[in-house]
Write a protein that binds this ligand. Structure first.
Ligand code: XMP
Length: 512
């Protein structure tokens, strides 16, 4: 991307690295996370206005301690080391790091002792958040101590003549209330950044880049109706207009009115829009199938077949547009954990390599909230931008057991009522994901004087930050009562509603 000023964040494995990137971007400065081992050449190529060394769980004396490439401190680029980042600076330049008598974790009062651009405008005393095992016991030559706490006599240092700083606490977390101002002092005062990175700057520069890159070539995009693919398509559409062809497949597993709502927006877009009603194909392939993984496989394969057929009809296409986001691509030590494997089964198939399409991923540098802001710039309607995530296999994993048109017809209105009530009460936006599930059991009820033997709807609503862990949402009881009443009264074939009170882990968000 053709950028404004850039801050590079070298990741030493801290759980907070992404937060540092977000905080810097919130200041209006573009930031990128790179592995700690980035070479000097690569660093120069990135042309950063400043470098932040993140924290990390290691000790600089460990045999496999991640250390920055030699020479990084001589680059004449302003540097800020946070926690472990401070320790690697000190270690590299002749200071001394030792194991603290006990881990220091939590709030501390920082006393600023020497004037420093880093603490400019912040007074003499600040509340900060500490989380470290090692600490600095001797500063390197040429450095001075600029702040201390009761437990850490050396809590912040700076080079006497160059813009190199280190701080033991975490300015990126909310528990350091004035942390954003400290980061702001670094990026504006020391690095000279302008703070002109925002959604409209991103949209304008990305449109230009896509135009230049694609020229008269064509691109193809599979739309899901969700935030990411919609914003990616809107952006590419704005750049190349009808050279972009978007395909939206009705799998027969969408929610009530979803296909119509989504189509009515897409039909007015800049790109060529193709709607494929493949519901019969999917439903007949899924007939008699009850195993969730088998359902997913069938749906994935069928989806690819439809996409290939469309591509053949459309003709020569060079690029495939995907709504990949930044958290999916960060090459960092801290994100190589189990999250990568948990996510893999969620991607629908993958396209066959013989289609020879190059990937165009215009959102790969953005976080979700930035995607929403870019979407607003592109006039994507709020009902798409603020939507809860919806799984690729759709209602197939929410009709437990066999999927039939009749069972889908019971689930859809129940799900609609649930979401309607959540929206009307203002709960929808507080929740990560909410949906109804049709269980494969029947239970006894009584309606009027009649005994009934009908279906059970389970309601699932969770709060979460990323879908990896989740808590069940504490929806007010009177609202649950209203939802349950409406579902039982309005949806034929349901005589019982239950609310799922399991967290993830050990449960998952979806039931299948
Ligand atoms: P689980 O159920 O694994 O879900 O806790 C975590 C998140 O992933 C979504 N999900 C899927 N998304 N294809 C998708 O595109 C899938 O097969 C799939 N399974 C689960 C789920 O809705 C939640 O947001």
């Amino acid at each position: 991307m053709e950028h404004h000023d850039k801050i590079l964040i070298l990741d030493f494995g801290s759980q907070y690295t992404q937060l540092i990137a977000r905080r810097v971007r919130e200041l209006g400065v573009y930031s990128e996370i790179k592995p700690f081992s980035l070479s000097l050449d690569e660093i120069r190529k990135n042309n950063p206005k400043g470098i932040i060394l993140s924290g990390g769980p290691s000790s600089v004396y460990a045999a496999d301690a991640p250390l920055p490439v030699p020479g990084i401190l001589d680059l004449e680029i302003p540097i800020l080391g946070i926690c472990y980042g401070l320790q690697v600076i000190a270690h590299a330049l002749g200071g001394e790091v030792t194991r603290a008598p006990q881990r220091e974790y939590g709030r501390a009062e920082l006393t600023v002792k020497n004037a420093s651009p880093l603490f400019s405008g912040l007074g003499d005393s600040l509340s900060v958040w500490m989380s470290h095992g090692d600490h600095l016991t001797r500063i390197p030559p040429q450095f001075e101590v600029i702040a201390h706490t009761a437990n850490a006599p050396i809590a912040a240092i700076q080079h006497r003549h160059r813009p190199v700083y280190g701080i033991q606490f975490h300015p990126e977390v909310v528990h350091t209330p004035r942390g954003a101002e400290i980061l702001g002092n670094f990026v504006f005062k020391s690095c000279g950044c302008r703070g002109d990175w925002n959604a409209s700057a991103f949209v304008a520069s990305t449109i230009n880049e896509i135009k230049n890159k694609l020229g008269s070539q064509r691109a193809l995009c599979a739309l899901s109706g969700g935030v990411d693919s919609t914003v990616a398509a809107a952006l590419v559409g704005r750049a190349i207009g009808r050279q972009l062809v978007c395909v939206f497949v009705d799998t027969g597993l969408l929610r009530e009115n979803e296909a119509e709502e989504v189509c009515s927006f897409y039909e007015r877009s800049d790109f060529e829009f193709r709607f494929v009603d493949a519901s019969q194909r999917f439903l007949s392939q899924l007939q008699g199938v009850t195993d969730p993984e088998k359902k997913r496989k069938i749906i994935g394969h069928e989806f690819i077949r439809i996409f290939e057929e469309q591509a053949r009809q459309i003709g020569e296409v060079s690029y495939l547009v995907q709504g990949t986001l930044y958290p999916d691509v960060i090459e960092s030590v801290s994100t190589k954990g189990p999250s990568a494997t948990i996510k893999s089964h969620h991607n629908v198939g993958g396209l066959p390599s013989h289609m020879k399409l190059q990937l165009l991923e215009p959102l790969r540098e953005l976080f979700k909230d930035e995607v929403r802001r870019a979407g607003r710039e592109l006039l994507v309607p709020a009902f798409i931008l603020n939507r809860h995530p919806f799984p690729g296999p759709g209602l197939a994993v929410r009709v437990l057991g066999e999927i039939t048109p009749e069972r889908l017809a019971i689930l859809r209105p129940a799900d609609r009522i649930f979401l309607e009530e959540l929206r009307a009460s203002g709960q929808y936006d507080l929740i990560w994901q909410a949906f109804a599930v049709l269980l494969p059991v029947q239970t006894v009820g009584v309606m009027g004087d009649e005994r009934t033997y009908e279906n059970v709807i389970a309601l699932r609503a969770v709060t979460s930050l990323d879908g990896m862990t989740a808590d069940w949402a504490e929806i007010p009881h009177d609202l649950l009562a209203r939802i349950s009443n409406r579902i039982i009264n309005e949806v034929k074939g349901v005589n019982r509603v239950v609310y799922d009170i399991s967290s993830k882990p050990p449960s998952t968000i979806e039931w299948e």
